[in-house]
Design a protein around this ligand. Structure first.
Ligand code: SF4
Ligand code: SF4
Length: 109
């Protein structure tokens, strides 16, 4: 089965390669295998697979990674599990409206 992907070209993930010391923590902690190590330096592989959970940036010792946390699918799933209905991808919001349109405010689902 193909790996699930986030929306194309919307992830806020970026990497400042010059700051990378090659510790590989980003590759280890990423649940979607977004990072790979190439010649001792981290590179972003499938950027669209990033769900903006923030684990990579939180664990990077040199702050080489930037990602805006709390805007992606990870935040929506966690918010829904906690009963916070403001998440655009909450279970209730994913139910189609009677006219067939998306109930989510962002229209992603
Ligand atoms: S966690 Fe930071 S320093 Fe370590 S490999 Fe990844 S980008 Fe480089
Ligand atoms: S924010 Fe999460 S999913 Fe995205 S690259 Fe970092 S660890 Fe992986």
């Amino acid at each position: 089965m193909a790996q699930l992907a986030y929306l194309r070209d919307v992830a806020t993930l970026s990497l400042e390669a010059g700051k990378c010391i090659g510790c590989a923590l980003c590759e280890i902690v990423c649940p979607h295998a977004v990072f790979a190590m190439v010649e001792g330096i981290a590179v972003i592989g499938d950027r669209d697979a990033c769900m903006e959970c923030g684990a990579c940036a939180r664990n990077c010792p040199t702050e080489a990674i930037y990602v805006k946390v709390g805007v992606g699918c990870a935040a929506a799933v966690i918010s829904d599990a906690l009963g916070i209905k403001s998440a655009c991808c909450s279970v209730d919001a994913s139910e189609p409206l009677e006219n067939g349109e998306s109930a989510s405010s962002c229209g992603c689902c």
